[in-house]
Design a protein around this ligand. Sequence first.
Ligand SMILES: C[S@@+](CC[C@H](N)C(=O)[O-])C[C@H]1O[C@@H](n2cnc3c(N)ncnc32)[C@H](O)[C@@H]1O
Length: 296
Amino acid sequence: MINEFTQYELKDHEFEKIRRLVYEQSGINLHEGKRELVKARLSKRLREGNFKSFSEYYKYVTTREGTEELIQMIDSISTNLTYFFRESTHFDRLQVIAGRWINKKDSLRIWSAGCSTGEEPYSIAISISEALGPSGGASILATDISTRVLKQAITGIYPEEKITRIPKHLLKKYFQYGTGKAAGYFRVKKEIRDMVQFRRFNLIEPFPQDFRFHIIFCRNVMIYFDKNTQIELIKKFHDALEEEGYLFIGHSESLSGLEHGFQYLEPSVYRRRNEAVNASGLKKGEAYGLQHSYRG
Ligand SMILES: C[S@@+](CC[C@H](N)C(=O)[O-])C[C@H]1O[C@@H](n2cnc3c(N)ncnc32)[C@H](O)[C@@H]1O
């Protein structure tokens, strides 16, 4: 009988099959060091679904009826760590970029790719609101492969321990305090929630044609991919950015060693090269400001 104490053995060939499936489905590269993590996280799903072994579970998730469980499987394996204003220099930089957007006709389009439970896109929305005012003229698309994190993100509700890094004045301005049953919880105000659209999207899939952004945040996601998947993704980000648009990646990530059409601005901040500007010999430092781009 399978119960909460059931222990499973993860055999070599089972780990190999699961590893391959996760890679094909999400680009996530599970090396040998992740074996215990896979065993621990998936054992829970095996118990809940009454599966006798990893082989039986694998067989199920690779059938048509198992599609929903396959999504849950990727959810269980992915790492969703995030917090408000993570790598805070990015949000200072974002405010500078957004500040130069005032009076532009086009609204600023930003993508938070791999948004997890929403702290990143809401930090973006708050920064934009600080720079441009509440009706700021920016739209933020926030996507993740995990439906579990997206469900949580959409609520905009966070327990007290998740909001400790938010500067006090921003907390007061952009969050509501829970009372009664909701005591100890904070909710992102509606005007900020309304700036963000959440959607499930798998980054290894081709990007839709209408993906055109001025700024892309894809932080602490590529770190889980192998080099080939990273190269492909960088190419797609390049194509999805407007000319001279910005790409923010995680502080522990880098584009060095990958072929790409970006100009390095500062650690973990890149800009899509404008071939015409480069050919005219514009100095490197000059490419920083938006005065050379987004005209009109
Ligand atoms: C560590 S979190 C990073 C969250 C946030 N960007 C940050 O830096 O705080 C990585 C997120 O990437 C998502 N992810 C992993 N593989 C993905 C894929 N193929 N497509 C879309 N999202 C993916 C995970 O579900 C997870 O929520």
